[in-house]
Design a protein around this ligand. Structure first.
Ligand code: GLY
Ligand code: MN
Ligand code: MN
Length: 437
């Protein structure tokens, strides 16, 4: 309960005195007929509440004068019959006590409470312009307050967008979050090792996917953090491939990009390995290049470095390697200036990671006119994922055709450097070959 109530207190401290903030969780989504997609809460709502039932709204009231701060949950009521079909629900009273809210009310009472809370509030913080339904709901509340004008009530004169405040908080992982992310990284690393052990020529990509999912679930991870990519041979050159239905051939590489979501936190790992357990010479040459690029990127991660330094470091190594291996012609300066390396390396070297696999948080200092890359600070979590993808084309050495390689790990920035969360997944050529023999 404490990490969540601390976060609410920190958010309340940033709000204007006498203002109100409201944030709802995610809706349930129908898959077809009577079935729904597995329910997943809204990340920012969960960050502030720890409450993972659908149909819930958090209301925060900032202190003013002698009136203290209030933290109020609206949630589903207890319902004997629904609970027979769909399982336990807290109901307001138990939720209030279990999650540390000052008050909790049935979700059906939200509109009435909001009108009352918004009367004479100094500002409303809410997600603005993100969902038509939420905007219509806000409009209804404000109309409700205006109807009270004769009794002297005024509607909040200011609307503020709430998500950026929460997202800036989410960018810095506290100890509670870091511990879950480390565990998620360990589970995912184990899943990659398991898939490598299971791999052999003739296996189907989906069989490897099944090994990953089995390993995630048997350790209690609730979901994959994203649809796993199990890409053999030429499929590895399709960045978001996830049909996962091809039969793996002898002599090919297999690229697996997969991570579990544990207790609301994502992990995101990519490993690339030979189907038969031994890298060929050309495969190894490209693999060692990507690995060197990742090492260079790691070397650029520490407090005070710019976010984009890791990408630039990886690109430099990859570009030089592409020249050395005959994939590109020219000088390093030309390749970097003209970005010709993007023919074989066309994505960024990472992203923030946390509750969302591509997590929230600004990458640039938007307060400054030139919007420079943000400086890294302890607690920021990011992926490091260089790659190389060689599609057949005239002038491209044939021995590299159809090779796609990515190596991806997750780190948290710490004083003096970073903490690796995903080190349990075999990565060097020697480690991989040893595991697979
Ligand atoms: N798995 C998504 C990514 O690597 O960004
Ligand atoms: Mn990934
Ligand atoms: Mn990633």
């Amino acid at each position: 309960m404490k990490p969540y109530s601390d976060r609410r207190a920190r958010l309340l401290a940033r709000m204007e005195p006498g203002s109100v903030a409201v944030i709802g969780t995610a809706p349930e989504v129908a898959r077809n007929a009577d079935t729904e997609y597995p329910y997943r809460h809204d990340s920012s709502f969960y960050y502030l509440t720890g409450f993972s039932e659908p149909e819930a709204v958090l209301l925060l009231v900032a202190p003013r004068g002698t009136a203290g701060a209030q933290s109020i949950l609206f949630c589903r009521e207890k319902h004997a019959e629904s609970e027979i079909w769909d399982g336990y629900r807290y109901g307001p009273e138990a939720a209030r006590d279990a999650f540390g809210f000052d008050f909790a009310f049935p979700i059906g009472a939200l509109d009435e409470h909001m009108v009352r809370q918004l009367a004479n509030a100094t500002a409303l913080y809410a997600p603005l312009g993100r969902s038509a339904a939420a905007s219509a709901q806000q409009q209804r509340w404000l109309e409700g307050v205006r109807k009270l004008a004769r009794s002297g009530a005024t509607a909040p004169p200011v609307l503020r967008d709430l998500p950026p405040l929460v997202e800036e908080m989410r960018l810095f992982k506290d100890e509670h979050e870091s511990a879950i992310m480390l565990r998620a990284g360990e589970i995912s690393a184990g899943a990659h090792a398991r898939a490598m052990r299971f791999a052999r020529p003739g296996v189907y990509e989906y069989e490897l996917e099944a090994e990953l999912l089995h390993e995630f679930r048997r350790h209690g991870a609730q979901f994959p953090a994203y649809t796993p990519i199990v890409a053999s041979g030429p499929n590895a050159c399709v960045l978001h491939y996830n049909a996962n239905n091809r039969r793996v051939q002898d002599g090919e590489l297999v690229l697996i990009d997969a991570g579990c979501e544990l207790d609301g936190y994502a992990s995101d790992i990519t490993r690339t390995f030979p189907a038969n357990g031994r890298f060929s010479k050309p495969q190894q040459a490209l693999y060692e290049l990507v690995l060197a690029a990742q090492q260079a990127a790691f070397g650029a991660i520490a407090p005070g470095r710019q976010y984009h330094d890791a990408h630039d470091a990886a690109v430099r190594v990859l570009a030089q390697g592409m020249l050395d291996l005959g994939l590109l012609a020219g000088t390093l300066d030309e390749v970097l200036a003209q970005k010709t390396y993007t023919r074989f390396y066309m994505h960024g070297t990472g992203h923030w990671i946390g509750m969302d696999v591509h997590d929230v948080g600004l990458y640039r200092d938007t307060a400054r006119e030139d919007k420079p890359s943000r400086l890294l600070q302890p607690g920021m979590a990011m992926t490091v994922e260089p790659g190389i993808y060689v599609r057949p084309a005239p002038g491209v050495p044939e021995q590299y055709w159809h090779i796609g390689i990515r190596i991806e790990d997750d780190v948290i920035v710490r004083d003096g450097g970073y903490q690796l969360l995903t080190g349990g997944a075999p990565k060097t050529v020697a480690e991989i070959e040893a595991l697979m023999t």
